[in-house]
Write a protein that binds this ligand. Structure first.
Ligand SMILES: C[S@@+](CC[C@H](N)C(=O)[O-])C[C@H]1O[C@@H](n2cnc3c(N)ncnc32)[C@H](O)[C@@H]1O
Length: 215
């Protein structure tokens, strides 16, 4: 799966949806960046979270499973090669729905964080939408509902201290182009996403959660 992602690296660096948005602002704010703050950006992709955190003065290490994303460290989210409590904060934005074992990944993020973990991801809307996501991108595993996210945090011994839901949107054609979805699959994907495409833009229900380590 990581080679597939390496081939897509430039598309994710250039993606307007990934480069900004209220969700990105919130992830950065909730990491509480500053000159003495260390942050691990898990599944950094095009590096947008890391860039914004560095702009805010934090010391950031990036990790991603795909070498082509050019992270500081190449590793899967469920086996982070860092000691316990290595970073003040750990961030992970719009990536967990690709992880084969999401709970193991959240546990790893909690283990390497000293204080807080901030996770942002698309949320579950319907089984039809899950089928559309898998058809668009074979690396899609699953979007989770907010209640499922609460249970992952609880099992990873993180207390949910802040939470926000929002609806992002993205240009539908750009969304398909980023993953080089074959033309033949596009009509079926549109059909499965009925009601979520308006004026060429796809809505993406999203959650951002901030978890604090148990004392
Ligand atoms: C949509 S991109 C991430 C977007 C980025 N965090 C941002 O805010 O712009 C998804 C990333 O997850 C990475 N990824 C997928 N599965 C992974 C895994 N199991 N462990 C670590 N990274 C993974 C991919 O290589 C890709 O860079």
């Amino acid at each position: 799966m990581s080679d597939l992602w390496s081939d897509r690296a430039q598309a994710y660096r250039d993606s307007a949806t990934h480069a900004g948005g209220d969700d990105l602002d919130l992830v950065v704010e909730w990491c509480e960046p500053g000159p003495d703050v260390t942050v691990l950006d898990v599944a950094t992709g095009g590096g947008h979270v890391a860039r914004r955190l560095r702009d805010a003065g934090a010391q950031v290490v990036t990790v991603d499973a795909a070498p082509g994303m050019e992270p500081d460290v190449i590793a899967p989210a469920d086996h982070l090669p860092f000691a316990d409590a290595s970073f003040d904060a750990v961030a992970c934005r719009i990536a967990a729905h690709h992880f084969p074992d999401v709970l193991a990944a959240v546990r790893e993020m909690a283990r390497v964080a000293r204080h807080r973990v901030v996770i942002c991801d698309n949320t579950f809307t319907s089984e039809s939408a899950e089928e559309a996501d898998r058809l668009r991108d074979p690396s899609h595993v699953r979007n989770y509902g907010v209640a499922e996210w609460h249970s992952f945090f609880e099992l990873a011994r993180l207390r949910v201290a802040d939470e926000a839901t929002m609806v992002r949107d993205t240009d539908f054609e750009d969304w398909l182009a980023r993953t080089e979805t074959p033309d033949a699959d596009r009509p079926r994907i549109s059909e499965l996403l009925d009601g979520r495409i308006h004026d060429g833009r796809l809505t993406l229900p999203t959650v951002v959660l901030k978890g604090l380590k148990a004392a």
